[in-house]
Design a protein around this ligand. Structure first.
Ligand code: ACO
Length: 423
């Protein structure tokens, strides 16, 4: 027997029975019974905005899968570019498909000289790299005006390749500009992660070769951040994309959403918190003050995960590989103690608060020398694959333009008052 819910309008006594499909009920069916009555759901906490076959999360069990593959297996055995292919196409690539995909991405990493010399160099000398990235991604639409032909499969594919390939170049360029270093051109002989590190850190040496453990750590972090279903920035991408704007404009909106401290900026907050705690001995007092309502334990808790975030587990383990090369980040011991104290505390147990992806990622970035301002930029590079996968999926589904309703709480009709008669 199919599961269903029945809703009754107590004003009229009329009912409608709605089947439960894939864990949801159709709002269209509800609206047939209740036309003109809107579902009030701030923050979309109880709303499924779309159907999607890309990423599965079970927040209670701490499960994350891309296209059915557990994140743990992808983290151990895949690469970011292979994962990007998987997210976009739904299947892992064959040898030939992967080679073709990597080749395509590698040969689209350059940005137009005007973008670098005139556009990026026009920013104020201390511009935040994320602010530069938002603008630069939007500006790409003026360099590739054909991008607006979103119904053409070849055009769509070309822009997907360009965005994934150029994002590290733009991110590194934004960082170099903000610290007064010259731009480094992409090096096609390097892997995706190595090339990014070269564009970030190269100085006078003829060729920059990143430490393999660090390049692997960056690639791993890119895998873990590649998608997370309908988060704030992906929703921004879908909402803007639903108006049939070109993908650069939609992606600029997604980067802007990620810029916010509630979304892409939490790992920075973790580092500031650990620095403020200062010593292991200060941890119990800090936890006590959080319980008394003085701020939050940054990097703990999640809207969806009510269990250990599976990405945090993987990052915690990877941190040790990075520290072997860079030396241990002194904040690690404070983080480990904080986790131990919090996970044994009734307050955090009762509220099901566990470390999330941001709890350990900042420690790795900091140990590798990334300034705090680049943390959200490091998030935007891999999430581009997720944004574009959702954008392409939405266009295939012929979705309607995103246009929610509101509950109006303002004034009733009233007459205009001339300014001399206003008190
Ligand atoms: N520290 C202390 N208490 C917390 C924390 C925390 N980090 N997170 C939630 N709580 C408490 C709340 O005070 C509340 O307690 P109450 O019931 O006594 O009022 C209860 O747990 C539920 O909290 P909500 O805010 O309702 O949970 P919500 O799902 O809306 O918030 C969020 C999730 C925003 C992530 C929250 O846990 C938080 O602020 N965490 C710290 C910031 C952070 O790490 N953000 C990164 C998220 S991951 C990402 O975006 C990539």
């Amino acid at each position: 027997m199919q599961e269903s819910v029945t809703i009754t309008d107590n004003r009229t006594g009329q009912s409608v029975e709605i089947p439960i499909v894939d864990g949801g009920v159709s709002a269209t069916e509800w609206s047939k019974l209740l036309p003109g009555l809107w579902f009030y759901d701030p923050g979309f906490s109880a709303t499924a905005e779309c159907e999607s076959a890309i990423t599965y999360i079970d927040g209670d069990a701490g499960i994350l899968r891309y296209r059915g593959y557990p994140i743990e297996q992808l983290a151990e055995r895949s690469t970011y570019l292979e994962v990007a292919y998987l997210l976009l196409h739904g299947e892992l690539p064959t040898d030939a498909q992967l080679a073709g995909w990597v080749d395509e991405i590698t040969h689209h990493t350059y940005i137009h000289e005007n973008m670098r010399k005139r556009f990026l160099e026009g920013f104020h000398y201390d511009a935040h790299p994320m602010g530069m990235l938002v603008s630069a991604v939007g500006a790409l639409s003026t360099f590739y005006p054909e991008a607006k032909h979103i119904d053409d499969d070849d055009v769509r594919h070309k822009q997907i390749v360009r965005l994934i390939a150029k994002m590290p170049t733009l991110a590194a360029a934004a960082h170099r500009f903000s610290v007064g270093l010259p731009f480094v051109y992409p090096d096609n002989s390097l892997s995706f992660a190595e090339n990014f590190l070269s564009m970030m850190w190269k100085t006078a040496e003829p060729r920059f070769q990143a430490d393999p453990a660090l390049a692997r750590a960056i690639d791993l972090l890119f895998i873990l951040h590649a998608d997370h279903e309908q988060n704030c920035s992906t929703t921004a991408m879908r909402v803007v994309g639903s108006s049939h704007a070109d993908p650069y404009s939609a992606c600029a909106a997604a980067v802007a959403a990620l810029y916010g401290p509630r979304h892409g900026g939490a790992n920075e907050a973790v580092l500031r918190m650990l620095t403020a705690i200062g010593t292991i001995d200060a941890v119990p007092d800090f936890v006590r003050s959080v319980k008394e309502g003085h701020g939050r334990l940054q990097g703990f808790g999640h809207r969806v995960y009510k269990n250990y975030d599976p990405r945090a587990k993987i990052i915690r383990k990877a941190a040790y590989d990075v520290f072997e090369v860079t030396g241990k980040n002194p904040l690690l011991d404070i983080a480990l103690k904080l986790e131990e104290v919090a996970l044994a505390d009734e307050y955090f147990i009762a509220r099901r608060l566990y470390p999330n992806v941001d709890f350990y990622s900042g420690l790795i970035y900091q140990a590798m020398g990334f300034p705090l301002e680049t943390f959200p930029v490091l998030f935007a590079i891999p999430r581009t694959a997720g944004w574009l996968s959702h954008w392409a999926e939405m266009l295939e589904q012929q979705t309607k333009i995103a246009r929610p309703r509101q509950l109006y709480t303002g004034q009733a009709e009233r007459d205009y008052v001339p300014i001399e008669r206003r008190s």
